[in-house]
Ligand binder design. Structure first.
Ligand SMILES: C[S@@+](CC[C@H](N)C(=O)[O-])C[C@H]1O[C@@H](n2cnc3c(N)ncnc32)[C@H](O)[C@@H]1O
Length: 241
């Protein structure tokens, strides 16, 4: 398993290169923020260079951007300043759980976008989610968007077609399963989980061709097919008192 330090070095390297090849999947993620009031403070774990910080700030949220890569956070800050959005931004550098503990401001919501599978193991993922839930007020929400660990094409893409370094950094995709989040919520009595699978049709096409998003939503709702979806969206709502 990659350690937190190895992961930090890997992402420092990509931030230095500065090319972000990720497909922007914001249209699929955005609806899950709608229940969070504008102006709320959201901690974004693994914000990277800010692909999703930008739309969150544009939507009127205050964002605490957390990342273990200082270089990525530096780039993120420059981008938000250039967009005139830095007022709503604060930075929380470091490994998520300790960085969260250092944030003094109240937090109403949290988001983990393509980051939990970079944690060293299941225990780190559980610890991050428990710490977040302990911190959120009743009515708070966690929005997670991760690769689906059941989908075989991640293994093909990273294990068979990519470099060994990439595989080492992506191999914990296998940990991201519906059961991980179900067990976590079952172990507490203060949260409610909802799940959605997305992107049976590759995101590159869905983001470019109108109409494909609706087709994808239909396909990913079919029980026999959804395990092959590229992504899993998990929402955890902290129960109101
Ligand atoms: C694949 S990138 C995703 C960046 C961004 N969320 C996006 O989707 O464009 C994962 C990010 O998570 C960060 N990360 C990995 N482990 C972390 C941890 N334990 N605490 C905070 N950030 C972490 C990495 O440094 C990296 O910037």
């Amino acid at each position: 398993m990659p350690t937190v330090l190895e992961t930090q070095q890997h992402f420092d390297k990509s931030a230095a290169v500065g090319v972000d090849s990720s497909v922007d999947k914001w249209p699929a993620i955005a609806p899950h923020f709608e229940a969070i009031p504008r102006g709320a403070r959201i901690i974004e774990c693994g914000a990277g260079t800010g692909l999703y910080t930008l739309p969150l700030l544009k939507a009127g949220y205050r964002v605490v951007a957390n990342d273990i890569s200082l270089l990525a956070l530096k780039r993120l800050k420059v981008t938000m300043e250039a967009a005139g959005l830095a007022d709503g931004l604060s930075l929380a550098p470091g490994d998520y759980v300790s960085a969260l503990a250092d944030v003094a401001d109240p937090i109403q919501a949290a988001t983990f976008i393509k980051v939990l599978h970079h944690f060293p193991d299941r225990d780190h993922i559980r610890a991050a989610l428990h710490a977040t839930l302990d911190r959120l007020p009743a009515g708070g929400r966690i929005v997670m968007f991760e690769p689906n660990g059941l989908a075989p094409h991640w293994f093909v893409r990273y294990r068979l077609l990519d470099t060994r370094e990439k595989w080492l950094n992506e191999r914990n995709i296998r940990l991201i399963r519906q059961s991980l989040f179900e067990d976590l919520c079952d172990s507490r009595n203060d949260c409610r989980l909802s799940l959605q699978y997305r992107f049976l049709i590759p995101g590159t096409f869905v983001s470019r061709i109108p109409g494909l998003s609706a087709a994808d939503r239909l396909l990913t709702s079919l029980p026999g097919l959804r395990r092959f979806s590229a992504n899993l969206i998990c929402i955890i709502d902290k129960a109101s008192a």
